[in-house]
Design a binder for this molecule. Sequence first.
Ligand SMILES: NC(=O)c1ccc[n+]([C@@H]2O[C@H](COP(=O)([O-])OP(=O)(O)OC[C@H]3O[C@@H](n4cnc5c(N)ncnc54)[C@H](OP(=O)(O)O)[C@@H]3O)[C@@H](O)[C@H]2O)c1
Length: 405
Amino acid sequence: MKKTLIIGAGGVGRVVAHKCAQLSSSVFGEVMLASRTKSRCDAIAADIMAKKGIQIQTSAVDADDVPATVKLLKDFKPDILINVALPYQDLTLMDACLEAGVDYVDTANYEPRDIPKFEYHWQWAYQERFQKAGLTALLGSGFDPGVTNVFCAHAAKHHFDRIDTLDIVDCNAGSNGLPFATNFNPEINIREVTAKGRYWEHGAWQETDPISLGTTFDFPGVGPKKMYLLYHEELESLSKNFPSARRMRFWMTFSDNYLTHLRVLEGIGMTSITPIKFQGQDIIPLEFLKAVLPDPGSLGALTKGKTCIGDLITGVKDGKVKHYFVWNECDHAACYAETGAQGVSYTTGVPAMIGAKQILEGTWKKPGVWNMEQHDPDPFMKDLNLYGLPWQEKEMAGNPLAEIG
Ligand SMILES: NC(=O)c1ccc[n+]([C@@H]2O[C@H](COP(=O)([O-])OP(=O)(O)OC[C@H]3O[C@@H](n4cnc5c(N)ncnc54)[C@H](OP(=O)(O)O)[C@@H]3O)[C@@H](O)[C@H]2O)c1
């Protein structure tokens, strides 16, 4: 019987726990959910019992503490650790997996707390150690990064001889009726959005001011929405693994209301990660802001509408230029009914479960540290259709983003 340890009991952890529990008899075996705050794990375990009649175990662990995590790993003896805590914990959890001999999956690349930099080099540096230990580490198994990487690998395998341009488009058209809330961890979300935009063109990174380049895109199932160019971490691995591409970009939709709030918060220094003195204590304004904003895990019941995320690709097939779009649409209310979480947690948690499933079943079990697009996309694409994130694809007459920028 296999054993699965999930670390992080936020919105994403809730979905991963539900989905792994659902497949406990066939794939994941005994499931344990651990986080700093055990009561959060217990609440999720009680919900899984109530909705699905399946028991999962819970535990308290501080994933910044390697010896404590190693102890938990050695006591529970999981076959795989699914890290859905925060990106700050990636390296300590990879260290703990190496020490305890456990395969590893995460959904976001490592970031030091004091520098908002989304880069893979810290985690890619573990390649040799995982290879030597005969262990598999799968990086970025969420939606974006994650499914967007697999979409690209699927397009390269089945639709193109050469990929020329990639535009990843991410729309959350959900509305929660609150004046300002982020749909995943506010600290990580705001660090991402307030960073400079960056895209890959002609073999080099091009930089833009934050949220300065925007256009409108007609999202299937949602309609036209304004989206903005952002740097997103999958561009780093995709540009390396698909070197034929002359341009790769990432776009995300934001409402005018969200951007107005963000500009005000930035303008008054609330998004800063430089510590300030407050009543004799050092505090980081962004961490304080996180504490006063709504917990993304609590937005499930309030959020209505859809998400739509896809890859728009132009390239060449059989000597002819081809434009192709592959995407998923997901409904917030349906996600909530199934797992008690909104669509952004759901679209991250389901791929984390599916990535771990590939490793446990052996289809993606390969010693070393891998990004999603380095594996065969077929079994993952099949599982997306089976476990809640069905995808669609179509050939397009032209590329609506070709001339933007
Ligand atoms: N790839 C994608 O598509 C994608 C999309 C969205 C999010 N993500 C990633 O998914 C992850 C989870 O996001 P979320 O929205 O679920 O965040 P969240 O609601 O803030 O939950 C994070 C959880 O991590 C736990 N945690 C934090 N530090 C910990 C530590 N030192 N030890 C143990 N547990 C710790 C917290 O536990 P306590 O409450 O117990 O303190 C919290 O329950 C993040 O890394 C985020 O970047 C990826």
